[in-house]
Structures are given as C-alpha cells and as structure tokens.
Design a protein around this ligand. Structure first.
Ligand code: G6P
Length: 610
C-alpha cells in the first residue's frame, strides 16, 4: 500500500506534495513524510508518525521550499509506524527515496550492504533500495544508471520516486508491481500512486507500464520499458473531477457514502437499461456474443468485493443456470485451479489496484479463460486497463475505508451481468423485464431502508460493551451476513463472525450466551421458516437476537428478540436492501465506541501489496 507523490517544477512543490498526500491518505495513514532538494541543493525532510494533517502541522512550524520533491503516506509492512520508519528514506544526505511495495530479497541485500559499510536507521525494507542506489551511484555517477542497476538487484513489488542532490533537477520514477502515474503539466511533471492525487495540478496523465522507468526533468520526460528501450507512452486526459470529496454535512464520509447509495445505484444503472430491458453489450464490445459461449463463471476478488461475488454466484446459478465459483484472489493466484472450457473470468474491485486481484487477473489472462471482465469503480485503474471487458460502477469516489456504496453498486453491476448472461441462455423477455423493474425501483427502496436509521441507532447502544457478535443468514443472505460482520469488525473492532444459520448447531452455538449478540437477516423468502428454527436454537440458549426482518416475516419484539420490521418485499435484489441496515448498525456502534470510522486502525482503502 502506501501513497507516493513527487514533483519537478519551476515553483515550490511542497504544497502540491502535501495536497497530493491528503488525497492519497486512503492508501495508508500511519505515518507520512516529504522531502525536497532546496535552493542550496540540500535534501530537506519532514516526517511524522500519524496522519497527513500532522505532517502539514509539523511542516508549517519548520517549512522549507524546493522545486523537486517526493512525499509518502505509509501503511506499515516492515517495521512499526514511527518516525524512523516513515518515508522518504535518505542515504548519506545524497539520495532520497519513497517506496510503495515490498522488497522480497531485502534480508540478503541488507547483509551485503552492511558488509560494504552502509548504515541502516529504520526497520523498513525500503532502506535497502536507497542504500543500493547510493552505492551504485559511487560506481555509475549517474542517477538513472544507478537506478537501472538497482532494479536488477531487487525483487518484489515497487513503485519508487527517487531524487539525488548530485542531480538536483531530476526525478526518477519506477513502476513494478505497484501502481504509478505521471502527471504532465506545463513545464512541470508529477508522479503519484493514482490520478486523484494530482487532479488539482493536471488533467493529463501517462500510465506507466509494468517495469517502466521514467527519467523526469522539468522540460523532458524519457520513459524506458522493462527491457530498457526508450518508449513513447500515450497521454490520457482524465475526466475525473478535482473536487476533494467533502462530507456534505455528514459527520463521517462513511455515513455520507451510506446515504448516497440511492444516487450511486441510479448512476450505475444509467445508460445500462433500454426500454425496460438490459441494453446491449454493456460489459464491453461484443460482450453479449461472448456471453453466448459461457459454460461457467469464475469470480475472484478480496474483502468486501469478494462478498459481492459470493452473492452473484447465488444469482448466476439460480437465474442463468450457469455454474459459478468464487474465490479469494490471494488463494486463486497461488494454486493450480482447474479451468473448464468456456469459463468467463470476473474480477471485482472498488479500486482496481488491489495487488492480489490484479495478480489474479494477470494470471487469468495467461490461463485460457474465455474472456476476462473487470467490475471496477475507478475508470483509470490498472485492472480496467488490463481486462478484456470492463464494467464501471458509478459509485463516485469512496473515501471511507469500510466499503459501502462501492459494494451495493458492485451488486447492481453483478445483477446486470447475471441478467445479461441469462438472456443469452434462454431467459424470457418477461422475466428480464421483471428483473429490470426491480432494479429500477431499487434506488427508492434503498432510500426507504435508510429511514430505519433511528431504530438501528437505538439497537447499536446494546453492542457498545460487547466483545463478540455473530451474524447469521441463509442462501444469498449468508454473504450479506458476512459483509455485516466485516463492517462491524472493521470499524468498531468488535470481533464478529458470520455463519450460515444452518451451521449454527455444528459449532458456533457453543459460543452463544447473553454476551454474544446474534444478528440475523430474515427476508420473507422460502428459507424464512428454516431460519426461524435456527433463531429458536439461539433463544433456547439465552442468546440475545437482533433480527432485520421483512414486516411480513412475523418476527416480533419479545423477550430476548429485537426485531426491526422493514418494508422490504423479497426479490433477487434483497441482498442489496438488507445490506443497508447492517452498514448502519456497524456505523452507529463505531460512533458510540468513538472509533476512527473513516480511517480504522491498521487498515487501508486500497491494498496494493500482497
Ligand atoms: C481493502 C479495503 C476493503 C476492500 C478490499 C478490496 O481491504 O479496506 O474495503 O473491500 O481492500 O479492495 P478492492 O478495491 O479490490 O475492492
């Protein structure tokens, strides 16, 4: 993870770097730092443990200026979050460097460097790179040549921004396994981990490719590919908006994002429907044609995105009669999976930069899948550039680390996918029209679910002193329960587990007592009576139940059971509706506990390392 920004300009770049870091803070926020080469050609650095605002405060007490600079916001991998481990790292006041990624052979390199007299001041893997560049400079006397040499020595994943006082107008950028873009200004260049960081200064971007190294001066940019040939990379004009997302009066981004779901869903549906049916080829050129050949679907993702995939599998098998297997990306990429003929590979990612999902996609491209599809919320991301087919969710920029609107719009995208596939495999027009109608009414129905906030807030008070919670669901509500448990643990730090309700008696029932709240999602569907029996098992053991139920479910408040009776008639979109109360529950528990909701401890929004 971590976020990188860098700049080479005629003007002082420190405020550009700080603003870039603020916009990258979703990538990590346990420490931050910036460094420039000042007018005396000395490297000046400021670093803090904590967030970018703390860096800005520290910097304003002891400001410096410079026209070439690099900056970093960290999510610790090697070494705890503290000042000495914060980037930029510097070797002997000659070379400064920021790094996003992991160096796998750092132990061997470190021993070698120590034997050659180099000093180490941090616990990071990054310091081996900066020391290696310094050493190579002694031999090569040219920063670019030194970086070429070091890139042959290090293995792992790395996006790097490197500068040196021996060549004070130059910035070297390297992309291997971790994202990096170049922003093109007028007589100035910038680098960053994503486009969003640089939108206040440019709309023009070059996306470095795997293995690229960029040699950047104020008036010249030269890019070398992985084989060290000079290459031209095209300039893309970003259509993203530079406005920093604000909270629009909400206390936290997460709450704002929960409440923006009706809009995010209707934006995602826009132009995807046509005359009460699904429009053609909404998943990319000739996607409908490709879908006629599908015999099975493989979905790969991480975290919340994985949960959306699990729900899609229920839909795909039930509605389209197409076999579907869902797998966590970090598992898929390291095992020999059997790929049957005509399998569509689908990766789901809010950011489009998650390292494991990206690696799974690269692998899938070599493995003989029928085609690869990325469902993603970021248009200019690595995944959308790499997949054959792309579907963009239109959730807008999601700031809260705990994903909410990205999840529900992924579900909308997946439901559209299932209908699009089913259409090619015999779904009747009448059934398609009914499902489209359900989708069209979804923004309004989600809005209605948000109206239960006050009732949920009252329930949240019961959770504040609890250490554990159990979430139950059946059928497509099981992944909803999994997502509810994930939300609660992410932001309130309460240990939460999810189980298929039918599995209760095979283990978790042993945990149930008055201190273990049990949360269940109970739509009025064919599994309701089964679920009710499972809930009886909890009550018989003194467990306290919190049930989010349809008003027709006939689950009423009674001793040991709190029911939120909601107007949520059952259809295939029910997982989307029932996610809303669980998001609100997690949010309000975290508010009561005083947790850092938008930036929970130890987590980051975009996990660009393994
Ligand atoms: C991190 C985030 C989660 C997200 C997961 C996958 O863990 O904190 O909210 O679900 O990464 O991210 P992606 O961008 O691939 O959906």
């Amino acid at each position: 993870m971590c976020g990188i920004v860098g700049a080479v300009a005629e003007r002082d770049v420190t405020q550009i770097l700080l603003e870039g870091l603020r916009r990258l803070e979703y990538r990590g926020y346990d420490s931050a730092g910036l460094a420039v080469i000042d007018e005396h050609q000395t490297i000046q650095r400021s670093r803090v443990k904590g967030k970018v605002q703390e860096l800005a405060d520290t910097f304003s007490e002891n400001p410096f200026r410079g026209r070439v600079g690099i900056a970093h916001t960290r999510w610790a991998t090697h070494g705890e979050p503290n000042v000495k481990n914060a980037h930029p790292h510097i070797c002997r006041d000659i070379v400064a460097l920021v790094h996003n990624g992991i160096i796998e052979n750092q132990e061997t390199l470190k021993k070698e460097l120590i034997s050659k007299g180099l000093e180490f001041y941090s616990d990071t893997d990054t310091e081996v790179i900066v020391n290696s560049v310094y050493l190579a400079l002694q031999e090569k006397d040219d920063l670019l040549d030194a970086v070429f040499k070091v890139c042959e020595q290090i293995s792992g994943s790395y996006a790097l921004g490197i500068m040196s006082k021996i060549d004070p107008d130059r910035l070297i950028a390297v992309r291997k396994g971790s994202p990096l873009v170049i922003g093109v200004g007028v007589g100035e260049y910038f680098i960053a981990s994503d486009v969003f960081a640089l939108l206040p200064v440019t709309q023009q971007f070059i996306f470095l490719e795997e293995g690229d190294i960029a040699d950047i001066n104020r008036d010249q940019l030269i890019i070398y590919d992985a084989k060290r040939n000079k290459v031209e990379r095209s300039i893309n004009i970003s259509r993203l908006n530079a406005d920093v997302a604000d909270k629009s009066g909400y206390r936290h981004y997460m709450l704002k994002e929960i409440f923006s779901q009706p809009v995010a869903i209707s934006d995602t549906l826009e132009k995807r429907l046509n005359n009460k049916l699904i429009a053609n080829n909404i998943f990319g050129e000739q996607s409908d044609e490709i879908f006629t050949k599908i015999k099975s679907v493989k979905i790969v993702a991480c975290g919340t995105s994985y949960h959306s995939g699990l729900i899609a599998a229920y839909w795909l098998e039930e509605i389209a009669g197409i076999q579907c297997h869902v797998e966590i990306a970090s598992e898929f990429r390291y095992r020999n999976s059997v790929i049957s003929d005509n399998t569509l590979f689908v990766c789901i990612s809010q950011s489009g930069e998650t390292a494991d999902t990206l690696a799974a996609l690269s692998l899938a491209k070599q493995e003989g899948f029928l085609s690869t599809l990325a469902i993603c919320n970021v248009a200019e991301s690595s995944m959308t550039r790499e997949a054959d087919l792309v579907f963009l969710t239109k959730a807008g920029h999601e700031v809260g680390v705990a994903s909410t609107k990205a999840f529900t719009t992924q579900l909308v995208a997946l439901y559209l996918l299932v209908i699009s596939i089913a259409k090619q495999h015999g779904l009747s027009k009448a059934d398609e029209a009914k499902m489209v109608e359900d989708l069209q009414s979804l923004p309004g129905r989600v809005n209605h679910m948000l109206q239960y906030e006050d009732e949920i807030k009252t329930l949240a008070a019961d959770f504040a002193d609890k250490h554990h919670a159990l979430f139950l669901g059946r059928g497509s509500m099981l992944p909803v329960a999994m997502e509810g448990a994930l939300k609660l643990k992410e932001i309130s730090y309460i240990h939460a587990e999810s189980y298929a309700a039918g599995e209760l008696k095979h283990g978790p029932l042993a945990l149930v007592d008055k201190d273990m709240p049990v949360i269940a999602v109970a739509p009025n569907n064919h599994l309701l009576e089964k679920l009710k029996s499972n809930l009886q098992e909890v009550r018989a053991r003194g467990g306290r139940l919190y049930v989010f139920a349809d008003r027709h479910s006939n689950l009423n408040n009674s001793d040991g059971l709190e029911a939120v009776q909601m107007e949520a008639d059952y259809d295939h979109t029910a997982p989307i509706l029932y996610t809303i109360p669980l998001q609100l529950l997690a949010y309000h528990v975290a508010v009561i506990k005083g947790a850092d909701i938008d930036q929970p401890r130890n987590l980051a929004k975009s996990v660009t390392v393994e």
